[in-house]
Ligand binder design. Structure first.
Ligand code: PHE
Length: 452
């Protein structure tokens, strides 16, 4: 069926374009902002090890499954799930999986945009020389001043949301594709430079051993859940982002290799960010577990104290914003594609509606760092709550269902035909999506619930 059918939203111009866009979706704040701080909060090495295991055993097979399902369904995740469940002669309630994804994307973007706003405001700070010669204390108060200001946070969040909606409104190839073409390689170069700086701090070894010496006494079931949830978050899995990108993928492209490439690049960027940041943390007597502000309180010290730091600082935060942008567009794309398909409205209108709703919720997140910080649900402020609900719960649940669907519901003949993997690799994939991935998610959930 898929040979003749194309997505109504357009198609990627080449395999390279898809890889760029999907890598753009995967590589974002998750790698550079979130990975280091949750690694710091969860004690380092053992957490990193569990995260890497989750990427390989759960993330990779589910990524192949999502791309494959998207390409076969050729529509927004909600309608794709409906089409695929019909094809598999199964229950059409599978479409709720699409809904779960659309909602997760909306919730994630509402706080993602606020954090991307921090990065935007740091572009300006870097540009005006605010980091110059700064010590840990000065850099920290710069950060505290920013998050303490509801007006600043709202302003930068609004700028970022407007940019996201602008890119999304331009559609698949002109908007999404062009935005990511040159950003990834440049970001990579800056990270290498930061690694170079980290080596000069005298704390490089300590940083490395923090990240790579596993100490399992630091790990409890919540840490395992965070590591697993982050594997989904960082690879953009479990909510239909990769599925919707897969739906724009032409037929003649190898899904297996593509998934491997994306997951590899994503992991490399996260590990590099970690290796660059922890030596700076230790060199300045900072706390690895100091939370979401970690990179904003460490990297500016590096930029403020190295030669040419001004220009590198500006460049780094500009690139971080672009990395966030290429992820944020994929967070809202499932909702926009669905609105266009089902409500029969032009793409631009769909963008405005989806964007306004996200922006509104984002304001509550921005306030949760200052004037509403006392407002908590289950002991968590709005930011923590949304992050926990999405990354730790909704994405793993979505991923679990995707694995079950690809492994158990879809006909073997169809998944085999769509994936076109060599026979042994197909069998390994099938084993991972049928047993390992669902069981891992299930067991971690049971453990968190205290069942054993
Ligand atoms: N993977 C993105 C990041 O690491 C975030 C994201 C999550 C994007 C889910 C799309 C879907 O920053």
């Amino acid at each position: 069926m898929t040979d003749i059918k194309k997505s109504i939203h357009g198609e990627w111009s080449s395999r390279f374009a898809f890889i760029l866009a999907a890598t753009g979706s995967a590589v974002g704040l998750g790698n550079i902002w979130k990975f280091p701080y949750i690694t710091g909060e969860n004690g380092g090495g053992a957490f990193v090890l569990i995260y890497l295991l989750c990427i390989a055993a759960i993330g990779l097979p589910i990524m192949a499954a999502e791309i494959m399902m998207g390409r076969r369904g050729k529509q927004s995740p909600i309608n794709t799930m409906e089409t695929l469940s019909e094809e598999a002669e199964s229950d059409n309630r599978w479409r709720y999986l699409g809904w779960l994804g659309v909602i997760a994307g909306f919730l994630i973007l509402s706080y993602y945009s606020v954090i991307a706003g921090w990065a935007l405001s740091y572009v300006l700070k870097a540009f005006t020389g605010s980091f110059s010669g700064g010590n840990a204390l000065e850099i920290k108060s710069l950060f505290d001043d920013m998050v303490g200001s509801p007006i600043q946070l709202t302003f930068w969040h609004s700028v970022f949301m407007a940019a996201t909606m602008y890119v999304v409104s331009r559609g698949v190839s002109s908007g999404l594709e062009k935005a990511v073409r040159f950003l990834m390689p440049t970001l990579f170069v800056i990270l290498i430079l930061l690694l170079g700086y980290a080596m000069t701090t005298g704390f490089y070894q300590q940083g490395l051993s923090f990240m790579f010496t596993p100490d399992f006494s630091q790990i409890d079931s919540d840490a395992v859940l965070t590591a697993m949830g982050h594997a989904f978050f960082t690879l953009s899995l479990g909510m239909g982002a990769i599925m919707v990108y897969g739906s724009y993928l032409p037929k003649d492209i190898s899904i297996g290799k593509t998934a491997l490439y994306i997951a590899g690049a994503d992991t490399l960027v996260a590990i590099m960010a970690g290796i660059a940041i922890f030596p700076i943390v230790f060199a300045n007597g900072l706390e690895p577990g100091s939370g979401p502000g970690l990179i904003f309180q460490t990297l500016p010290i590096a930029f403020g104290n190295m030669t040419g730091g001004w220009i590198f600082g500006v460049l780094f935060f500009v690139l971080l914003v672009f990395a966030a942008l290429s992820s944020s567009i994929s967070l809202i794309e499932p909702a926009v594609a669905w609105l266009v398909e089902n409500k029969d409205i032009p793409r631009i209108k769909a963008c405005i509606w989806a964007g306004l709703a996200t922006w509104g919720l984002g304001i509550a997140v921005a306030f949760s760092f200052n004037i509403w910080s006392g407002f908590t649900i289950f002991g968590k402020n709005m930011f923590d709550l949304l992050d926990y609900m999405t990354a730790n719960l909704m994405l793993p649940i979505g991923g679990f269902c995707i694995a079950v669907f690809a492994g158990w519901v879809m006909k073997t003949q169809n998944s085999r035909e769509e994936l076109e993997l060599p026979d042994t690799i197909y069998r390994i994939w099938k084993f991972l999506v049928c047993y390992i991935a669902p069981a891992a998610v299930f067991i971690v959930f049971l453990h968190v619930l205290g069942v054993f």
